[in-house]
Design a protein around this ligand. Structure first.
Ligand SMILES: Cc1cc2nc3c(=O)[nH]c(=O)nc-3n(C[C@H](O)[C@H](O)[C@H](O)COP(=O)(O)OP(=O)(O)OC[C@H]3O[C@@H](n4cnc5c(N)ncnc54)[C@H](O)[C@@H]3O)c2cc1C
Length: 491
């Protein structure tokens, strides 16, 4: 599909408009209520969730449909305005935040929040990019189906952001990350053309798989306006448990045992170190540790299936009973009903908020092969504690995917300026990234590169990888105006 021709009026070689004319033309496309220029109104769109990145912009635009996105994009590129795509603004590496240059245009897709189609027989849902994840899950649920993506920001993050960060979350173990949950995409390219790749096919080998280019591209190659998502049968029974463990390697042994005996009924398997749990309990006073005593690590487990609830509880009790006898786990509590399960999972889902309240957080999102996580945690703990004795060194997250987040929480009193904190954050990141890459791992498992790791990628990626990424970027965005300063530098 081509962009409507009237929108192509400002060609790349034509004289640039004045700022006033530019803003007027944008307003003519999206309507005057959907372009913000007042600093106070723009502020929430120019700062990230953690308050770590703040930018400035010429305007924030909230288009209502794909054609409007196309029209605005054409104007921006013709007039050399950097474009920052934004959805729910819950990203954790500054990808949706404009630079401080002041000439950026933030294109926020949140108004585009319709569900275009649910095909229950095909097991697919076609949604606009501004749909909030919770609404997608609710819509699937009403059809007795499941969209399995689940993360702490479920009530705010949107499909455009989930696609563009290739988000993970707690369901990756069984269902995969966004790359595996997206069947098709609609994307507005930097030249304004609309690529309608909304195919709802599980098998499609017609040349390059173009959607994968845009998944995880963090808005640097185009603007995602809609997606076809894969749905699954809704599981009717689910049981959760929390177990106390002496070590990370015991957690991995338990995971192997669970998978060997319960197959892909293992829906989630997450870890929390004792210092991390202590921070959650300190700030979320309504939550409790259901296990008495102190253990160095805790694993949170969910088993789900369409068998009876009782069968599932018995199956989990059986595996955990054996693990207790063998000494793999120190203690366990099973949550057979939804209320008790929610109480356990609330501990996990409140980690980010609790850490934010505790201090300055340096959250790392590395992954290593599952078999090397014990080594990874030991190396990071030793080096980070030596470098930052006053900080909490915490571990939590998706151990079943090799993606343990090493989180260093600094007391706020420690640093007098953002610059001092950023310098400490950079040292902390280097400790964690070096340990990960030395063990065959990645510096970003699910949050992306954004602006946070822009200058770190060249340290860890092979020159040929960087060269391929720049070649793709230039082919689609020759003026390098799509979300510049994110993911990859021009040289
Ligand atoms: C409490 C909490 C818990 C979290 N837990 C997890 C977790 O477990 N796993 C995980 O993976 N992430 C997690 N996150 C991070 C975040 O929620 C995800 O990265 C999410 O995918 C971001 O979605 P968003 O709609 O907020 O995107 P935004 O923050 O708005 O944008 C993220 C990136 O995508 C780009 N983008 C946004 N919309 C578009 C579009 N329409 N087209 C092109 N590019 C676009 C932006 O430019 C930016 O680079 C968590 C965040 C919070 C606050």
């Amino acid at each position: 599909m081509q962009a409507p021709t009237f929108l192509m009026a400002a060609g790349p070689h034509e004289k640039k408009m004045t700022d006033k004319d530019f803003l007027q033309q944008v307003a003519a496309i999206v309507g005057p209520n959907n372009i913000l220029t007042d600093p106070a109104e723009m502020a929430p769109y120019l700062q990230d969730w953690r308050g770590r990145y703040t930018g400035s912009a010429s305007c924030v635009v909230r288009p209502g449909n794909t054609e409007e996105v196309s029209g605005v994009l054409v104007l921006c590129i013709a007039n050399d305005h950097p474009v920052v795509p934004q959805a729910g603004n819950t990203g954790l590496c500054g990808g949706a935040i404009a630079s401080k240059s002041g000439d950026s245009v933030v294109i926020n897709v949140s108004r585009m929040n319709g569900i275009r189609e649910i095909d229950a027989v095909n097991g697919t849902m076609t949604v606009d990019a501004g749909c909030i994840l919770q609404h997608v899950r609710d819509a699937a649920d009403r059809q007795n189906l499941l969209f399995p993506m689940l993360l702490g920001s479920v009530g705010s993050c949107e499909v455009g952001g989930l696609v563009s960060t290739n988000a993970g979350g707690t369901g990756v173990l069984r269902y995969g990350n966004m790359r595996e949950l997206v069947l098709g995409l609609e994307v507005v390219l930097p030249d304004g053309r609309i690529w309608n790749g909304l195919r709802a096919l599980r098998k499609d080998n017609t040349g390059y798989d173009l959607k994968q280019l845009f998944i995880g591209a963090e808005g640097t190659l185009g603007i995602v306006t809609a997606a076809v998502l894969k749905l699954f049968p809704r599981v009717s029974a689910s049981v959760s448990a929390m177990v106390a463990l002496d070590s990370v390697s015991d957690a991995i042994t338990l995971l192997q045992e669970l998978r060997a005996r319960l197959g892909n009924r293992v829906e989630a398997f997450e870890i929390m170190s004792a210092p991390q749990l202590a921070i959650v309990l300190k700030h979320m006073t309504q939550l409790r540790n259901p296990i008495a005593g102190n253990a160095p690590y805790y694993a949170l487990i969910e088993i789900a299936d369409s068998h009876s609830q009782q069968d599932l509880v018995m199956a989990l009790e059986d595996v955990l009973g054996t693990a207790l006898e063998r000494g793999t786990i120190a203690d366990a509590t099973i949550a057979p009903d939804l209320a008790k399960a929610t109480a356990i999972w609330d501990l996990r889902h409140n980690i980010s908020e609790s850490n934010k309240r505790e201090g300055f957080t340096v959250s790392n999102d590395t992954s290593v092969p599952i078999s090397r996580q014990s080594d990874f945690v030991a190396r990071v703990h030793e080096k980070a504690k030596a470098a930052f004795p006053e900080a909490h060194v915490c571990f939590c997250g998706h151990i079943g995917d090799g993606n343990i987040h090493a989180i260093i929480v600094f007391p706020r009193s420690l640093y007098n300026s953002p610059e001092e904190f950023e310098a400490a954050a950079s040292r902390a990141n280097t400790i964690v990234h070096d340990a990960s890459v030395a063990l065959g791992g990645s510096i970003s498992a699910e949050h992306g590169i954004g602006q946070m790791h822009l200058h770190r990628l060249p340290r860890y990626a092979a020159p040929v990888e960087l060269d391929l990424m720049r070649t793709i970027k230039r082919a689609l965005d020759p003026k390098w105006l799509m979300n510049p300063g994110k993911v990859i530098t021009p040289d």
